[in-house]
Design a protein around this ligand. Structure first.
Ligand code: ASP
Length: 593
């Protein structure tokens, strides 16, 4: 129907007759001349109808916002006075000759240029309208460029795109499963994949030594900020590559992606151990754009009587750490109170601080409610260790190490954002040498990644001391966001059984749930490993968006629902009967409880 996209027209087409199709962005009547801004995915162009084309002029006069039009006209230069520098097509306009109204439109539920005043629920309810907006079009177009650049890279590196099932068994990644009842197997359920993890490993057993898939994953997680119940991963698996080679190839992929799509040269990716990341940043995904670090002072606090610090300093599971903020003496009491409330979210019971007014004056030059609890000599040693200078504020965390890391790790980011201390640009890194397991709080262990991750030690050592074993896992982090993570996998049955044993999965349960994997491991499984990138987060970072909902065409709300289609929805009695399902109570009764 069309000869050109509206937004792609330029002075190159002057005097050409063109046919455009698009939506009416705006209609203006300027004393006998009708101006229509016509919009398509590439942008907007101004179309002018004057009264000499009487029939079409009348029609142009009758159109309203969001009508769909087909317009034929001649491209002409705008006069100097009417050039619009703010518009990509602002040097030209189209003198309309013919106009077809392809469809009328009801009054839009919100003005597309004033959407900021519209609640997100309304935007999601009318998502097809919301997506007409320039910034949403740009984001989804960039998303498409990103996936195509990733495919090009992986295709060129010999990776094969292979699909894996959506109706499957549980693939544990630490979340709840979405279940689908089976009609043909009464009382039984499929699980939607939390990731293609087990299938990609089986593909390695089959010999497809480089696999990728842009895969939908499903995780029924508790409501947490900016998570989606279904999301997309760039899922990768290789055989016969070790962790160094896997990190190198995927690092090249991300670097090429940034170069192709954003024309950005990413800096080198340092490798940092998990232990170092926790020690210095209180986080396993540190934002290296922020020049603030946690410093341990347990040894010094073991020499004070101040119980609040001394207790955690003496406790092997405790930690006392300081966070120095350069130039932070200007932080007010009220702001400190706000930060104290903020760290309490992470379980911290308070937030001690010291302001450094005049370091040369010794303790006299410091200001803090806690100075009186510590000997001057210890304070002096602490100041020296922190390199404290006039104008600094120092915050303290003293508690279980996990609480201190989470609280000060989050405070580090918050203070840096508030004080404008986050540097521009991109700060990538690899975090390596993760622990295999963490305590599950009930005397057992849970895997830090997933139970198929290979340990860096042998099975006997692993079973003897699971708490200290490291894994062969690696995470790619960019600007404080975990972009992707993976590992070398277990490829021997005995090791997989040892890990299941530590996780308290007994032989019968292992056979029932993962028998197919255990079997496969004994038929010549090659050494293999891989990783997965979160595509939504990657696109979010690359488009500078603040939520993954903004880079997904049809996302769910925070409560995991779709307000446009009203999913999830009720199911009729007949369908339930076919599925052999009887509801224990109606939805109304359940929501009244
Ligand atoms: N399956 C893992 C995940 O979804 C990634 C991997 O280990 O490849 O996080």
């Amino acid at each position: 129907m069309r000869s050109h996209y509206c937004g792609a027209l330029s002075t190159a087409s002057i005097d050409e007759t063109v046919t455009l199709c698009g939506w009416v962005d705006r209609r203006r009547d300027h004393g006998g001349v009708i101006f229509l801004d016509l919009r398509d995915r590439e942008g907007i162009v101004q179309v002018v109808f004057d009264p000499d084309t009487e029939e079409y002029f009348k029609r142009a006069d009758s159109v309203r916002s969001e009508f769909v039009l087909k317009v034929t006209g001649r491209v002409r230069a705008r006069s100097d006075a009417t050039v619009n520098a703010a518009m990509a097509t602002g040097e030209i306009e189209v003198l309309g000759k013919e106009l077809d109204i392809l469809n009328a439109a009801a009054t839009p539920p919100f003005q597309l240029d004033e959407y900021t005043h519209v609640g997100e629920d309304v935007r999601l309810q009318y998502r097809y309208m919301d997506l007409r907006r320039r910034e949403m079009q740009d984001r989804l177009m960039l998303r498409s460029k990103i996936t195509s650049a990733v495919r090009n890279f992986l295709d060129a590196e010999g990776f094969l795109d292979i699909e894996t099932p959506i109706l499957t068994r549980a693939t544990p990644e630490g979340a709840r499963d979405y279940l689908v009842p089976s009609r043909t197997h009464p009382g039984q359920f499929f699980a939607l994949p939390q990731s293609p993890q087990l299938f990609k490993q089986l593909l390695m057993v089959s010999g497809f030594d480089r696999y990728y898939q842009i895969a939908k994953c499903f995780r029924d997680e508790d409501l947490r900020a900016d998570r989606q119940p279904e999301f997309t991963q760039i899922d990768i698996e290789t055989a016969f590559l070790d962790e160094r080679e896997i990190m190198s190839i995927t690092e090249r992929m991300i670097c090429e992606l940034f170069k192709t799509v954003l024309d950005v040269e990413l800096p080198a990716f340092p490798h940092m151990t998990y232990a170092e990341a926790m020690e210095r940043f209180g986080s396993d995904k540190p934002d290296l754009r922020i020049p603030l670090e946690l410093v341990s002072i347990d040894d010094l606090m073991q020499q004070v009587d101040f119980k609040v610090f001394r207790g955690p300093a003496d406790d092997p599971a405790g930690r006392v750490a300081a966070l120095k903020v350069t130039g932070g003496t200007s932080i007010s009491r009220k702001e400190i109170d706000d930060y104290t409330r903020y760290v309490s979210i992470f379980g911290a019971r308070g937030l001690a601080w010291i302001k450094v007014n005049d370091i040369a004056a010794g303790v006299e030059g410091l200001q803090s409610p806690i100075l009186k609890f510590m000997p001057d000599e210890i304070i002096a040693q602490m100041m020296a260790r922190l390199g404290a200078a006039d104008g600094d504020i120092i915050f303290f965390g003293a508690d279980r190490a996990q609480v201190v890391n989470e609280a000060l790790g989050a405070l580090r980011i918050k203070v840096a954002e508030d004080q404008g201390l986050v540097a521009d640009g991109w700060a990538p890194l690899w975090v390596v040498d993760f622990p295999m397991f963490e305590e599950d709080g009930r005397g057992g262990w849970t895997p830090l990644h997933h139970p198929f991750t290979a340990p860096a030690c042998d099975a006997a050592q692993l079973v003897a001391s699971p708490g200290v074993a490291l894994s062969r896992a690696y995470d790619m982090v960019l600007n404080g966001t975990e972009l992707g993570g993976g590992s070398i996998r277990i490829h021997r049955r005995d090791m997989q059984e040892a890990v299941f044993g530590i996780l308290n999965i007994d032989a019968a349960e292992a056979k029932e749930k993962f028998g197919f994997l255990l079997n496969a491991l004994q038929y010549g499984a090659p050494p293999h490993g891989g990783l997965a990138f979160g595509l939504d987060r990657l696109v979010m970072l690359m488009t500078g968006s603040s939520s993954i909902r903004d880079v997904i065409a049809f996302p769910k709300t925070q409560s995991a629902a779709c307000v446009m289609t009203n999913a999830p929805g009720d199911v009729g009695a007949e369908q339930l009967r076919e599925l052999n399902i009887r509801l224990r109570q109606t939805r109304e009764a359940a929501s009244e409880e």
